[in-house]
Design a protein around this ligand. Structure first.
Ligand code: CA2
Length: 144
């Protein structure tokens, strides 16, 4: 059976490609899902891509990924990255490889983006490569 990789996206990422392209690029979340599906197919993996503006949904989906026996989780938690102890705890609670993903490089930006509660719990982080951050993270999962 094909192994499923959950790809979770947090607040405002539904606006991707529509606003602030100078920071986040021109690709929409659907474009990224398409790229990930293509790459996943060639790696023998399957993608389950989701987005929510609600913190609790992201936590429920982490629990679901564990319950469903997912291969791994890629998570771009958006601004919750920098605020959410609840997400930090959920990532620690699930016994799955969780990879933090960012389009931009938060360390090159405002100081409030330098602390990541997600990154403190995740297996690793890929940031700063635009949509390619997701692809590189998926490739890392395939090599685990
Ligand atoms: O670089 C990333 O992927 C971020 O996770 C994006 C978050 C930001 O708060 C993090 O510090 C870094 C923001 C996502 C909001 O996405 C938008 C997309 C288009 C227009 C406005 C916001």
């Amino acid at each position: 059976m094909t192994q499923v990789v959950y790809v979770l996206n947090g607040p405002n990422l539904n606006l991707l490609g529509l606003r602030e392209p100078e920071i986040y690029g021109h690709d929409t979340l659907d474009d990224i899902a398409g790229m990930l599906e293509d790459r996943a197919q060639s790696l023998g993996l399957e993608i389950d891509m989701r987005q929510s503006n609600h913190e609790g949904h992201l936590i429920d989906w982490l629990h679901e990924a564990q319950a469903q026996g997912a291969r791994a989780v890629l998570i771009n938690a958006g601004a919750y990255t920098h605020t959410s102890v609840a997400l930090h705890d959920a990532i620690k609670a699930v016994q799955l490889p969780v990879i933090e993903v960012h389009l931009s490089n938060p360390h090159k930006r405002e100081e409030f983006r330098h602390r990541s509660y997600v990154g403190m719990a995740a297996m690793g982080t890929v940031a700063g490569f635009g949509a390619n951050s997701y692809i590189v993270a998926l490739e890392a999962v395939a090599r685990l």
